[in-house]
Design a protein around this ligand. Sequence first.
Ligand SMILES: Nc1ncnc2c1ncn2[C@@H]1O[C@H](COP(=O)(O)OP(=O)(O)OP(=O)(O)O)[C@@H](O)[C@H]1O
Length: 309
Amino acid sequence: MLELQGVSKKYGDRLAVDDLALAVEPGQMFGFVGTNGAGKTTTMRIIMGVLAPDAGSVSWQGRPADADVRRNFGYMPEERGLYPKMRIKEQLAYLAVLRGTPKASAETAVDELLAEFGLAERGNDRVEQLSLGNQQRVQLAAALVHDPEFLILDEPFSGLDPVGVDALAHILAQRVQRGVGVLFSSHQLDLVERLCDAVGIIQAGRIVASGPVNELRSRNRSRRFRIVGSGTSWADGLPGVQVVERNGTALVVELAESQSDQVLLDAARAAGPVHEFRPLALTLTELFREAVSEPVELPQTRETQEVSA
Ligand SMILES: Nc1ncnc2c1ncn2[C@@H]1O[C@H](COP(=O)(O)OP(=O)(O)OP(=O)(O)O)[C@@H](O)[C@H]1O
């Protein structure tokens, strides 16, 4: 298990990560989500040892994460960082050797990865000759080439078209099936919801919600209900009830915090027989909105800091 405990990091007097704790199991796909500047990249850099935290610890399988432990990690940094002019095969083999893979097995691993990524024919091309989607695949290949047990991926899906997203998601899902843990950041909540078993929602450097998506759903009561009854006009003008969707005799409504679901049910029954009455599962977007709705003072942006510095 990858575990972070009490991790804090300041840039000057700006607190970017604040007493952060999270845990990701082997074989788990963990989505790390938060608004711009929430502290995702900083956290991932701390996990990889690129940045030192001011406080707290990072451990893997119970061992403090030192350089040795981190050799088990594969990393796709925000700033990417492949050499655009170097040939793909050469570059990947170089990275594998750098991380301790013997040269002969590095070359085999590169060939296998390129075949898996549909890039077998492109091994002798330079990175800059590839499309953005293919460059992103090579970036992922660079994170995978030494067969790591854990992957830290900073926005791996950004800028990809739906085909590219599916290709990358498929490759990651295969690794997860083999027991590799994956922590990736993303702003695409629908994608995170589709791919991840668990999520961590970060706001202003703090984890405001984390855990398996289903658990988060059951902890947060939905305010949306689907009702199939007699007509739909009975819901009009009901205090604290907003009609979201009508379809024949089916209705989806959003209930205000102040309104009780029992009042809604009574109103539906007063209009005639009710055939269905159920809260709708929260989407990750709704969970996210709920989790970040607590007012937390947002950190100054990098730009603001630079201007005021
Ligand atoms: N090198 C730096 N110097 C000063 N402040 C920084 C630096 N790097 C990040 N910050 C600030 O720290 C906070 C967290 O930034 P970070 O990049 O970790 O967030 P993020 O969640 O990855 O954001 P995004 O989704 O926009 O990539 C922000 O307020 C940012 O402006």
